[in-house]
Ligand binder design. Structure first.
Ligand code: HEC
Length: 182
């Protein structure tokens, strides 16, 4: 340091160069990018109620937690049985038991969504018709009301991935013929 008589000039040149580059870039961008106004308001506001104008479908949305598959091999079904205490106010888990506020959950993995015999599902549930894959259960149990909008399952959901993983392997164990782990 200090032995280069041109050091100051070099630094000045670098700073000016950077400034010029930045200005040029900003100049070019102002041509390339012309902000466009939306034709329509995205939200129509009428008398205080705000209605999203994009049509929302009732299909399950692509939101939710991280994939559960990688966690299932290490998950503990006994721990899941404990987590299931949060569900027993509304659900039975053993084979042949009655539906309560919610349907009996024996053999639910890979079963038809909303398909338990003799249970009166909500309109939202009747529209589902897919199968309860591990990932669907993961998303549903994370936030039931968001995954199935309009469900009558009033349960906040299992926030912790560990709880969902153990709950799901517990559900998997409740079958004469447990589905293979992913
Ligand atoms: C307050 C009551 C309540 C609690 C607590 C509750 N559920 Fe439910 N559950 C329901 C109801 C009601 C439905 C049917 C939803 C509908 O028809 O909209 C349901 C549906 C389900 C379904 C879909 C079943 C099918 O046939 O498609 C699964 C899976 C499920 N619950 C799992 C759980 C688990 C696991 C827990 C605990 C972590 C839990 N639920 C806690 C009331 C509850």
């Amino acid at each position: 340091m200090g032995n280069d008589p041109l050091l100051f000039n070099k630094i000045a040149a670098a700073v000016i160069g950077a400034l010029l580059l930045g200005m040029t870039a900003a100049f070019i961008t102002s041509f390339v990018y012309k902000p466009k106004m939306l034709d329509k308001n995205v939200y129509s506001i009428d008398g205080g109620t705000v209605v999203a104008s994009s049509s929302s479908t009732s299909a399950p949305k692509k939101i939710g937690p991280e994939p559960i598959a990688p966690m299932l091999a290490k998950a503990d079904s006994a721990a899941g049985k404990k987590v299931a205490k949060k569900c027993t106010a509304c659900h039975t888990f053993s084979k042949g038991r009655k539906n309560r506020i919610g349907p009996n959950l024996w053999n639910i993995v890979d079963a038809k969504q909303g398909g338990v015999a003799g249970y009166k599902y909500s309109g939202a549930f009747k529209k589902l018709g897919g199968l309860w894959s591990y990932e669907d259960l993961n998303k549903f149990l994370y936030k039931p009301k968001i995954y199935v909008k309009g469900t009558k399952m009033s349960f906040v959901g299992l926030k912790k991935a560990d709880d969902r993983a153990s709950m799901i392997v517990y559900l998997r164990s409740l079958s004469d013929n447990p589905k293979a782990l992913p």
